[in-house]
Design a protein around this ligand. Structure first.
Ligand code: ZN
Length: 212
């Protein structure tokens, strides 16, 4: 019994890790597949129960189908538990970053300030936009989200980066930079134009672009 409980917990943990790693991309599809399976097995079991009551099949065939149905229902329960666990882990991870920010001192005069700690993907843009609109009552002024024609022309890989039209020394710019630092999101903040790299002051969220 203990071994079975252990195996079940291990299975739930593995699913939770996969969900976390994929940013929950698979959760809905997985549950839908499992629900379809339960539906199919329920119909099958009902049919077999009918046939058994009419004496057309052996009891063992009905029991086998019932066991499969029970197992399929258990899988949905496991996925749901894993989803709950993964959500909790995500919330915990966020709380931890907020409590213990690792602030890198930034230059007050350099044309470019950079912070390369952490990771950023376009999927992480929504919480930043939410922070900004809640703080300043207006939308985050993004000028480019992901790859653009301008970046193609300049030969920069900008697929996982976002440009924001804010001066790093403005109140809004400073708040955004503090938020990015607290959240462990990499960025480059430009105080001015750099030929071939930056057309003017802005904040680039994401790792530095590299040549395509
Ligand atoms: Zn950029």
């Amino acid at each position: 019994m203990t071994t079975r409980v252990y195996q079940r917990v291990k299975k739930i943990l593995v699913i939770a890790i996969v969900l976390l790693a994929s940013n929950f991309a698979h959760a809905q599809g997985l549950i839908e597949l499992q629900q379809a399976e339960v539906e199919k097995l329920t119909k099958n079991t009902d049919l077999l129960r009918q046939l058994y009551s009419e004496g057309l099949i052996a009891r063992i065939e009905l029991e086998k189908s019932e066991q499969e149905l029970t197992a399929a229902k258990a899988r949905i329960e496991e996925t749901t538990k894993a989803q709950e666990l993964a959500t909790k882990a995500q919330v915990l991870a966020k709380t931890k970053t907020l409590v213990k920010p690792t602030l890198v001192p930034l230059s007050k005069t350099a044309t470019v300030m950079r912070s390369t700690a952490g990771t950023f993907g376009l999927a992480n843009l929504a919480p930043i936009q939410q922070f900004f609109s809640q703080t300043f009552g207006k939308r985050l002024p993004t000028s480019t989200i992901g790859q653009s024609a301008t970046h193609n022309r300049m030969g920069w890989d900008h697929r996982n980066a976002v440009d924001v039209g804010l001066h790093p020394d403005s109140a809004e710019g400073r708040a955004l930079i503090a938020y990015l630092q607290n959240s462990g999101i990499p960025f480059l903040a430009f105080r001015g134009a750099i030929p071939g790299v930056s057309t003017g002051p802005h904040i680039h969220i994401g790792n530095p672009s590299h040549r395509l």
